[in-house]
Write a protein that binds this ligand. Structure first.
Ligand code: ZN
Ligand code: ZN
Length: 338
């Protein structure tokens, strides 16, 4: 390979490692899986944000979430739309529409622009700022739902199914499994948006993050802790818990719960059955196939690098459109709709 060919390779200053993406001229890691001196964090989910880093560069909301989960961080907040100079790289944060505080990270260096999507979605989410399309040379994207079969339905319709079930069986409660960060607050906010003003009961594991969302300006209406509440008070009510509590001892004290779960994976019957979910709600915080491909069209990159998820179909889609695609196979990102 000649000198010119080497120079022509886009993004040679971005080093994908099993541990995360290393940005050499900034001496910084994006969403690293182990402690680093300088970390740039896309969002607060546990597979992206971990404790123990030196400096943590992220939005103020993501930093607050990390403080809440891991204790006090060495915080370097960057607001959406602002950028900072780290070494020889201009680093910016723009909304990813995934959960509160979630960002894409923009890296400008040597006349090239690289955008790291983190996890993202394109549908409206009342709990966070919408995804911002940022044209770039290399788009480093997730592909959790990177198969054409994944088409998430309209969220309002899923919430209506939940409310319909609740009202149809007023002697039972509906127990909804939802991840503690993002999904739980989104389900609550979507319910409020559909006119459900009753108190919503929550498992203790959801309390801190719900309170933090409220402190950060996302109103959730009246929430009550479900623990210790008499059975009769919970009839006709919605109760939220982390997915792990759906089938454990905790839920046995509830009045004949209709077991529901809010996740993009609920599209797959077998996944619903595994968790004994009677009412699967297809509500996802990740882009579905149409959102992934629409986003790549809009971002119009020269190259697409895929961090995690189902890569093959998206690689093929890119290649048939003359977009160079590459899979990074980063480990440690969970195969979850978190
Ligand atoms: Zn996430
Ligand atoms: Zn993730």
């Amino acid at each position: 390979m000649g000198y010119n060919a080497a120079m022509a390779r886009l993004g040679s200053w971005i080093e994908p490692n099993p541990d995360g993406i290393y940005v050499a001229p900034a001496d910084a890691w994006i969403d690293p899986a182990s402690p680093k001196a300088r970390a740039l964090i896309t969002h607060g989910h546990g597979d992206h944000a971990r404790g123990g880093h030196g400096q943590v560069w992220a939005t103020a909301e993501t930093l607050a979430i990390m403080d809440c989960r891991y204790g006090e961080q060495n915080k370097r907040p960057v607001a959406y739309g602002d950028s900072v100079r780290l070494g020889e790289v201009e680093v910016g944060f723009v909304p990813a529409g995934h959960v509160l505080g979630s960002s894409q990270i923009i890296l400008d260096h040597a006349g090239e622009r690289v955008v790291v999507s983190g996890d993202y979605k394109r549908r409206p989410d009342p709990t966070c700022a919408p995804f911002v399309v940022t044209p770039c040379d290399i788009f480093i994207t997730e592909a959790t739902f990177g198969l054409p079969v994944f088409k998430h339905p309209d969220t309002g319709g899923e919430i209506d199914r939940l409310l319909h079930r609740l009202h149809a069986e007023p002697d039972r409660c509906v127990l909804v499994g939802a991840y503690a960060l993002g999904k739980a607050q989104r389900v609550i906010t979507e319910l409020r948006g559909r006119g459900h003003d009753d108190p919503i009961y929550i498992h203790g594991a959801l309390e801190r993050l719900c309170r933090l969302y409220e402190e950060l300006g996302v109103p959730l209406g009246e929430l009550r802790l479900a623990t210790g509440v008499p059975k009769d008070e919970l009839r006709g009510r919605i109760v939220l818990c982390p997915p792990g509590a759906l089938n454990d001892r905790w839920s046995r004290r509830l009045p004949d719960p209709v077991t529901a779960m809010a996740s993009g994976w609920m599209r797959i019957r077998q996944r619903a059955r595994q968790r004994n979910v009677e009412l699967p709600l297809v509500i996802s915080d990740h882009a579905d196939w149409d959102e992934l491909t629409r986003t790549i069209r809009e971002v119009a990159p020269t190259e697409v690098w895929i961090t995690h998820g189902r890569e093959e179909a998206l690689m093929h889609w890119c290649m048939t459109r003359q977009i160079k695609a590459r899979e990074l196979n980063l480990v440690g990102y969970e195969d979850e709709d978190d």
